[in-house]
Design a protein around this ligand. Structure first.
Ligand code: FPP
Ligand code: K
Ligand code: ZN
Length: 482
């Protein structure tokens, strides 16, 4: 039944393999500090870095790809074929290779691409007016992941978002647009990246969030809009980063139903979004989707320590089972839902779940393939040629959204994130500020076939902005109150 033959992953690039091996042999035995160089001698000729990672087993992907003759199956076959050609370097797309034979991260090209998307957009983008805050966030987060200094955008960003803020609290997508949780979340995160959060009217924001809090514990996306898990994650992110009071405003509707705090019934509401598949839906009774799994886990990680909230409100085993099944073979990236195709944005939405789950289970073991994800992103998702940017999958165009979340996913794969248990209980949302990160060991870098210049910066596992930017926001609003 497997629609791919074993020979479609056999490798005919022996020359490439030998070339890489000889470059490795030319390296010194140790680095400057005398530490043995990890790559040296560690890539045997029968396992060149550019091919046949352990997860690339025909026996495994045969289970997943059943040829039922549908258009989805055709799309799947096309994607798999294209990815295999890039993963195996049958087609190197002229991307410069690192010493392990994996394409380098095209740091400068991606940064240039993001800067261009931020400039004046061509006419077809007029429809994106409501997404302007997203564009700001994807660009600022993407640039910082690449190690760029974005402080130069501070004034300009503050002036641009000022008119998007409504006097009744929150931010809309454009001038005169209603405040919306997603626009407000994106604006707050973009401002966090540049250190410009003082633009935010915190009191008005707190009142507005009081209006979107629902009697059942969840949050609506806007006044009169749908209640879904994005609302819950966005609202909790805004409350935490701005350190707003947790008590609901006196006059809000939710208070009249007996709720006192923004956190009341929230865990129970998130719990109701877990589906029979084990994944998380946008709202109770809907289909499980990877993007919502991240929203749920991050929301619970803001509510309190992940090892307390996540096992309390979710069936972790079922969720892990579902998330693990989202990593596709042989591509190595993640899909967003059952029977759908690999897509680089899920490198974050699904890939970003693992740090939170590891904190929840206190397990040091990976239940996913970091190597698989790194290979997918570096070989299949970097736009080759002059333009740069990262894309959903081969044969798609790069954009700010996929660039931002590919880089965030790369950061999740390339680094380790640690949750530090708080010593004493606090009265504010302090748990999401308890993370630290550590870089990979040299052995891991060799195993994942990355060099120092292929590493992205540390991205905060809950707020998805640079770690330092989160610390700056924490210090800025340490005093709390309004
Ligand atoms: C389906 O798209 C996508 C969804 C059902 C979820 C989209 C949600 C997000 C990306 C997360 C939003 C989060 C916040 C914080 C606002 P599709 O059918 O085009 O893609 P698919 O085939 O991969 O499912
Ligand atoms: K998609
Ligand atoms: Zn996508």
């Amino acid at each position: 039944m497997a629609s791919l033959q074993e020979d479609s992953i056999s490798i005919d690039t022996l020359d490439e393999r030998l070339k890489i091996q000889s470059r490795i042999e030319e390296l010194p035995d140790t680095d400057d500090e005398g530490v043995p160089f990890p790559g040296k001698g560690q890539i045997p000729l029968n396992r060149p870095a550019s091919i046949s990672p352990s997860w690339l087993q025909p026996a495994v992907f045969g289970l997943f790809h059943i040829d039922d003759g549908t258009t989805t199956m055709e799309a799947q076959q096309k994607t798999t074929a294209e990815c295999l050609s890039y993963l195996t370097l049958k087609d190197s797309q002229d991307l410069p290779l690192n010493l392990y034979g994996l394409p380098h991260l095209r740091r400068k090209a991606h940064a240039d691409f993001l800067r261009v998307t931020l400039g004046t957009l061509p006419a077809p983008y007029a429809a994106m007016d409501a997404s302007r805050p997203w564009l700001f966030y994807w660009t600022m987060a993407g640039l910082t992941s690449l190690g760029e200094d974005v402080s130069g955008y501070r004034e300009r960003l503050m002036e641009t978002v000022r008119p998007l803020q409504n006097p009744t609290g929150g931010f809309g997508g454009g001038h005169g647009q209603l405040s919306h949780c997603a626009c407000t979340y994106a604006t707050v995160l973009a401002l966090t990246c540049v250190g410009g959060l003082e633009v935010v009217d915190r009191t008005a924001m707190w009142r507005w969030l009081g209006e979107v809090k629902q009697a059942d514990g969840g949050f609506k996306m806007a006044l009169g809009a749908e209640e879904d898990i994005r609302g819950a994650y966005c609202a909790m992110t805004i409350l935490a980063l701005l350190n707003l009071p947790l008590e609901l405003p006196q006059d809000c509707a939710a208070r009249k139903t007996g709720l006192n705090s923004f956190t009341d019934k929230l865990g129970e509401w998130v719990s109701s979004c877990q589906t029979y598949e084990g994944g998380i839906a946008g709202a109770p009774t809907n289909e499980a989707h990877g993007a919502y799994a991240f929203c749920a886990l991050a929301c619970l990680s803001i509510l309190d320590a992940p090892h307390k909230t996540i096992p309390r409100f979710l069936n972790i085993e079922a969720l892990i089972h579902w998330l693990a099944s989202m990593q596709t073979t042989p591509e190595g990236g993640f899909a967003g839902r059952t029977n759908k195709l690999v897509d680089a944005c899920y490198s974050h939405w699904v890939g970003g779940c693992w740090s939170l789950l590891q904190a929840a289970t206190k397990s040091p073991n990976d239940l996913w393939s970091r190597e698989g994800l790194i290979r997918y992103l570096l070989t299949c998702c970097q736009q080759p040629g002059k333009r740069g940017g990262m894309r959903d999958k081969p044969s798609t165009r790069p954009d700010g959204y996929h660039t931002c979340y590919s880089l965030a996913g790369l950061s999740a794969a390339q680094n380790h994130y640690h949750y530090h248990t708080e010593e004493s209980p606090t009265t504010f949302l302090s748990s999401a500020f308890q993370w630290s990160a550590s870089r990979p060991s040299k052995e891991e870098m060799a195993q994942w076939s990355i060099e120092e210049e292929d590493r992205v910066r540390l991205v905060h596992p809950v707020f998805v902005v640079p770690m330092e930017a989160v610390e700056r926001a924490r210090l800025q609003f340490e005093k709390g109150g309004l």
